[in-house]
Ligand binder design. Structure first.
Ligand code: ASP
Length: 347
């Protein structure tokens, strides 16, 4: 009898510790598909459904990795690859055109647990730039590779290469034509990036939103963040934005993971991704406060537009933005899925 009781008691103890373990080890993921002038009236129901379906596919791909015990880095890469392969977003296939009618891609990845990072800028032939960022992080002594050298490294690493035309879509080509034809588009070529209304208008007109990013927390409590983009329509002179810059467009440490989207020049000057981490570190701000201050105070004060997705080590998610909309979604630590597009989202 006593023996039976002991067996029963240890089974209950095992069950309780399993429940406690599950509670103590939440996994979560959040993604964005870019911020911009997204207006409900200008979006058809079919289009909206397509975006939602792709965001959900990305979330599920990343979440499946986490549930299987994969790392936060694995999950971020899995989610971003889905969005890079989708023609809907400004990353990988479907990215925006440069002034010269090419696609040039930027991406970065950071592992907050090991404090390692990798990034690539201005690549034209790498099908999934986020995989290149990962290879730079794991298989090179460097953090950021650019242009031809980055492509040489991708070739050595055996990453999939494609012709630049693989990335081209009609929609992005007409964006380029439209921006080139509009007077406002021409102001994007300002080299000093000064804070003027015309700059902001140029961004809103030219960046057809759709940069993608992801943040994740794995069952071991590790955080990671990644971002991938084609940059801004009509960009020239090898322009690089915030997305491949650690601390500007992407950052992760043991407290938080952040991926940004918006007018890159402002995110670079404000070191916005790192700014969130710094507020949590130096000012002991919680994730919600830190991200709100970074976007609604620091970025907005400078005249910048955009948003971010961020996660802390408890799996809390924050997705603030100061544009009309931001494609975004999360699978929270309690398993709840959330996908939203517009600022006034009730969803
Ligand atoms: N941040 C990106 C860049 O400036 C663009 C975007 O997020 O839409 O390159």
């Amino acid at each position: 009898m006593l023996h039976r009781y002991r067996t029963f008691a240890s089974a209950v103890a095992l069950l309780l510790s399993a429940v406690a373990f599950t509670r103590a080890a939440p996994v979560a993921i959040a993604v964005h598909g870019g911020a911009g002038t997204l207006v409900r009236e200008e979006m058809t129901q079919e289009r909206e459904a397509e975006y939602r379906a792709e965001l959900e596919r990305a979330l599920r791909a990343g979440h499946a990795v986490l549930v299987d015990g994969g790392s936060a880095v694995d999950a971020v890469v899995a989610a971003i690859v889905v969005l890079e392969d989708s023609p809907l977003f400004n990353a990988g296939r479907g990215a925006v055109f440069t002034h010269d009618g090419m696609v040039e891609l930027d991406a970065s990845l950071m592992d907050g647990y090991s404090n390692s990072a990798g990034a690539a800028a201005g690549v034209r032939t790498v099908r999934n730039p986020i995989r290149l960022a990962r290879a730079v992080m794991e298989d090179s002594p460097h953090v950021l590779l650019a242009g031809r050298g980055a492509e040489e490294f991708a070739t050595e690493q055996g990453l999939e290469l494609v012709a630049n035309e693989y990335f081209h879509t009609e929609r992005r080509r007409s964006d380029l034509d439209r921006v080139k034809a509009s007077a406002v588009g021409k102001t994007t070529t300002r080299a000093d990036g000064a804070n003027t209304d015309r700059d902001t208008a140029a961004f809103l007109a030219s960046a057809r939103y759709g940069t993608v990013g992801a943040v994740a927390l794995d069952a071991s409590g590790r955080l990671a963040a990644g971002t991938s983009t084609g940059g801004m329509t009509n960009k020239r002179w090898g322009r690089i934005g915030d997305s491949p810059l650690i601390g500007a467009g992407t950052f992760a440490d043991r407290r938080c993971a952040v991926s940004c989207t918006g007018h890159g020049e402002y995110f670079i000057r404000g070191a916005i991704a790192y700014d969130v981490a710094a507020r949590m570190d130096y000012a002991a701000a919680d994730l919600d406060t830190a991200t709100r201050q970074a976007i609604h105070e620091k970025l907005a004060r400078a005249g910048g537009t955009g948003g971010l997705v961020a996660m802390d080590v408890q799996g809390n998610v924050a997705m603030p933005f100061n544009t009309r909309g931001m494609y975004r979604g999360a699978i929270h630590a309690d398993g709840r899925m959330e996908i939203a597009i517009f600022a006034d989202a009730e969803n």
